[in-house]
Design a protein around this ligand. Structure first.
Ligand SMILES: Cc1ncc(COP(=O)(O)O)c(C=O)c1O
Length: 403
């Protein structure tokens, strides 16, 4: 770890606790002081409801909240701030899309293509919408190496394909989708394209205009921000056409008992009092990421991944899963003859936090012939010493279990 990255680690107070090696960053990341301070400052000094107050504090709260929207728009390279909708997270963004876009778009016989890596948060909203509309959810299969099968994808695309939903980085495997290839193919078929960026934002620069997708979603808490806040970015023209997803409060323009008129974008999709402090915290998290030397962080995270792979390769009875490519952020593994939960408990006893289970990706686990896996996942503050401690602890565990 370079001295500048070591200084960054000091900005995460939770990591100073003794006996903690936190390798569960794909589930949620720790928060830097900049995020904690921004939220604290809001509650201590500017706390008021946004948009509707006729007083100074409300103006300050609105300025902070809308300032966070500008930071998100800039971070994603959105063409307009109106394209940034605050949601509770990726899950709510996907529910919003399936409900609003799906009800407006889908007819019986239409198809929604979704990758086999997809998180339940992407699968289930579209599955429910398919049931309601008579459309069909079609999985994009995997190659034996666990990659998305691009030949199969191209042959599944047809004029019936109305929506293509893709996971930018698999939360279970750390594999990255070739979006530059997959998105144009979907567009050529006239499909609406959705990218789940939940696992990407902490690791990769994101430019939604360069990507060329129609919608992009992510969660604040997976990129050093707070829980309870996320983003749905969408093309303005499509968002304009879509009906609201929830009703009341902020999304209203006028109401009478005869009917209601809805607010303009982005407020049309932000019913009720928003998560104000959380949006401000998210803005601080994205500014924090923007302040980093992205190449240094990427090299560091890749070095951690390579070290973990090499470490696992040296252990008897331990196998990394779908690990022959450039895994990013997350790496799954299994231990022969052992249940993944048991391994997770034993690692926790050694002070090492990993995630074990199906990672909200049961169809992926089925496709891989697994009930679940153990997963380590890295953030910029992890160190090579932590990776070594994890490998050493796993070695001790496997030796103990084989005794
Ligand atoms: C790839 C991916 N998509 C969606 C989600 C859902 O995110 P959230 O629970 O923050 O809504 C997650 C969370 O694990 C994820 O990793």
């Amino acid at each position: 770890m370079t001295p500048s990255l070591s200084r960054l680690r000091e900005q995460f107070p939770a990591l100073a606790q003794p006996g903690l090696i936190y390798l569960d960053n794909a589930a949620t990341t720790q928060k830097p002081v900049a995020v904690l301070d921004a939220m604290n400052h809001f509650y201590r000094r500017h706390n008021a409801n946004v948009h509707r107050g006729a007083h100074r504090l409300s103006d300050l709260a609105t300025r902070d909240f809308e300032g966070a929207r500008d930071i998100v728009a800039n971070f994603l390279n959105a063409s307009a701030r109106e394209e940034v909708i605050f949601t509770r997270g990726t899950t709510e963004a996907m529910n919003l899309l399936a409900r609003s876009l799906g009800s407006h778009l889908l007819q019986p016989g239409d198809e929604i293509l979704i990758d086999t890596w997809a998180h339940h948060a992407c699968i289930v909203p579209w599955q429910q919408m398919a049931i309601q509309t008579g459309a069909k959810l079609v999985p994009i299969p995997l190659t034996p190496a666990g990659d998305l099968d691009l030949d199969a994808y191209e042959s599944l695309l047809s004029p019936r394909t109305k929506v293509v939903s893709l996971t930018q980085i698999s939360n279970a495997l750390g594999k990255q989708a070739p979006l530059h290839q997959m998105l144009p193919a979907a567009k050529a078929m006239g499909a609406i394209t959705i990218v789940d960026g939940a696992q990407a934002v902490a690791h990769l620069p994101v430019d939604v205009q360069a990507l060329g997708c129609d919608f992009y979603a992510f969660s604040g808490h997976k990129c050093y921000g707070p829980t309870g806040i996320g983003v749905l970015w969408g093309r303005q023209q499509l968002l304009q056409q879509m009906p609201p997803y929830q009703y009341g409060g902020e999304m209203i323009d006028t109401v009478s008992f005869e009917g209601s008129r809805f607010n303009r974008l982005p407020y049309k999709f932000e019913a009720g009092t928003p998560a104000i402090a959380e949006a401000i915290g998210l803005g601080a998290a994205l500014s924090f990421i923007q302040s980093l030397d992205t190449n240094a962080v990427a090299n560091h995270e890749q070095a951690l991944m390579n070290r973990a792979k090499a470490g696992l390769a040296g252990l008897d009875g331990v196998a990394a899963i779908a690990a022959d490519g450039d895994n990013l952020g997350a790496l799954s593994f299994r231990v022969d003859g052992e249940h993944h939960q048991d391994i997770g408990i034993l690692l926790d006893q050694a002070g090492i936090a990993v995630r074990c289970g199906h990672h909200c990706c049961q169809p992926l686990m089925q496709a891989l012939g697994l009930k679940g896996s153990c997963r380590v996942s890295f953030a910029l503050y992890n160190t090579e010493a932590e990776v070594d401690a994890f490998v050493a602890a796993l070695q001790e565990i496997t030796e103990f279990l084989n005794d």
